[in-house]
Ligand binder design. Structure first.
Ligand SMILES: Cc1cc2nc3c(=O)[nH]c(=O)nc-3n(C[C@H](O)[C@H](O)[C@H](O)COP(=O)(O)O)c2cc1C
Length: 219
């Protein structure tokens, strides 16, 4: 039997949804363990921008996270990542481009986040913004890979994205980002993420309903 998604029922569900008013909760992940990492600096810049909009932002430190082995679930760094993912309503993923792709450091974090923990779904229905930094000219290999991962994690990846070329030129000594069109773009991307999160976060269950997953219940 098909679920009731008539125009009337769907509009009714949307209308009846009460909008949350708490600060949107955003988890920021970056993909480098280097102390001077530019992807980390770009991730912190994005976090500061989100905070200036009124978001509640947490940044995960990937240092000490074991390599994904499908068994170290009790490790404190794995537990911390799971708790942050569950807490979040939106995510920012920022990877350097290495050999034309994302780093193992960012992929490892995403691999550790399960699609579901019991009935809890740490990523599904969340909004996502993707960013990359590169040493060379501007390219989009890492953000394209992050988009594929966002799809795999069933997240709503926003259309805008940031790619900072020659990242070594773009930061001040204190780690903040110089004023530039790259910084303006990060502001645009964070603004879009902030707005999309406000619009989507209360409808996540409605949006992620899947007939195929509820087929036996329906029958
Ligand atoms: C092994 C290696 C491969 C790299 N491959 C690329 C690449 O494919 N494209 C690019 O633009 N930069 C490349 N770079 C430059 C890095 O993207 C750049 O150094 C970046 O700042 C590293 O990220 P991090 O500062 O967050 O550690 C590479 C660097 C290394 C060490």
């Amino acid at each position: 039997m098909l679920p009731d998604h008539s125009l009337h029922t769907s509009l009714q569900k949307i209308k009846e949804t009460k909008l949350s008013e708490h600060a949107p909760r955003v988890l920021v992940l970056y993909g480098s363990l280097r102390p001077e990492s530019y992807s980390k600096k770009a991730a912190f810049e994005a976090a500061r921008i989100l905070e200036s909009f009124g978001a509640d932002v947490k940044i995960y430190d990937p240092e000490g996270l074991p390599v994904f082995d499908r068994q170290s679930y009790e490790h404190h760094k794995v537990q911390e990542l799971h708790e942050l993912a569950q807490w979040s309503e939106a995510m920012v993923w920022c990877s350097p481009e290495i050999h034309g792709n994302i780093t193992s450091v960012i992929k490892n974090q995403i691999d550790w986040i399960p699609l579901s923990i019991g009935s809890v779904r740490p990523t599904q229905g969340r909004t996502l913004a993707v960013m990359q930094v590169s040493g060379g000219s501007q390219s989009f290999n890492a953000v394209n890979s992050l988009r594929i991962l966002g799809r795999w994690m069933r997240m709503y990846t926003i259309p805008n994205q940031s790619s900072v070329a020659m990242a070594w030129k773009e930061f001040n000594d204190d780690g903040t980002m110089k004023d530039s069109s790259y910084r303006d773009r990060i502001i645009d991307v964070m603004e879009e993420l902030f707005h999309m999160t406000l619009i989507l976060r209360d409808h996540s269950e409605f949006l992620t309903h899947r007939f195929s997953e509820n087929k036996s219940d329906a029958e």
